[in-house]
Design a protein around this ligand. Structure first.
Ligand SMILES: NC(=O)C1=CN([C@@H]2O[C@H](COP(=O)(O)OP(=O)(O)OC[C@H]3O[C@@H](n4cnc5c(N)ncnc54)[C@H](O)[C@@H]3O)[C@@H](O)[C@H]2O)[C@@H](O)CC1
Ligand SMILES: [K+]
Length: 216
């Protein structure tokens, strides 16, 4: 098996790449979106009506960038925010501005049954406590109707290190991990929720003296 990481390790490596190496976070987000597009193009996914669920952190920014790339390929895609956009990270606000300029459609509320594919870009490695109640309900409803879900980096609600479900988690058919597989997707509940796990390079730089906690 390839090298796995904890969410803390991934955050350290993200920060190293951005602050020490100098690759901007927006470049990493674009690479994550391009890598995801490649997976969607190569896989057997119904792209006739894609719904991208977007959170307020960098996982959400990946999702918005992916929605824009799909839209520019004339693939029907809708963006739906989970949470108040005014409270989003600047990366999300920047991506949203670009998406709006490109005419990516947005919806406030969608019927999950209508979507041919749901992209889960709500929470990734930043999840650190239980999902809010409203989101737990939404996730359970989506699981109930067995929507086809592709999760970006980590299925929403799964702790990427322990694999523990934080209140509820959105069950994925495929999870696209950026840079390294997240350890929690290979154990316990996390393994069940992640489906097939694919790992895609996005240009993260690992310092020579970096010690991973798990060796595979
Ligand atoms: N950090 C980076 O430099 C990069 C991150 N990338 C993506 O960004 C993800 C990590 O992004 P973030 O660190 O912004 O975190 P997330 O986007 O996973 O989560 C957003 C924020 O939500 C808050 N939060 C955590 N648990 C919550 C809960 N239960 N209810 C409400 N709010 C909660 C936290 O403050 C967290 O930072 C990765 O999984 C990956 O998809 C990649 O695009 C590459 C670059
Ligand atoms: K996600």
């Amino acid at each position: 098996m390839k090298q796995l990481v904890t969410t803390d390790e991934m955050q350290t490596l993200d920060q190293h790449t951005i602050t020490e190496v100098g690759l901007s976070v927006d470049v990493l987000i674009e690479r994550a979106a391009l890598a995801s597009l490649e997976v969607l193009g190569a896989g057997n996914y119904d792209l006739s009506n894609v719904l991208v669920l977007v959170g307020l952190g960098n996982n959400g920014a990946d999702g918005i960038a992916l929605a824009r790339l799909l839209h520019q390929l004339n693939i029907p895609v809708t963006l739906q925010f989970v949470g108040n956009v005014n409270k989003a990270k600047d990366t999300v606000k920047r991506q949203l501005k670009i998406a709006q300029a490109c005419g990516v459609p947005r919806s406030e509320k969608s019927d999950f049954k209508q979507a041919s594919l749901i992209i889960d870009a709500i929470f990734g490695t930043g999840l650190n406590h239980d999902l809010p109640d409203g989101l737990q309900k939404m996730v359970k409803a989506a699981n109930h109707i067995e929507s086809t879900v592709v999760a970006l980096d980590v299925p929403t609600g799964v702790d990427g290190t322990s694999g523990q479900v934080m209140g509820a988690a959105l069950k994925a058919k495929t999870t696209i991990c950026f840079a390294f597989g997240k350890a929690g997707l290979f154990k316990g509940q996390g393994k069940k929720m992640a489906g097939q796990v694919l790992v895609k390079d996005i240009g993260i730089v690992v310092p020579n003296d970096f010690k991973f906690s798990t060796n595979n």
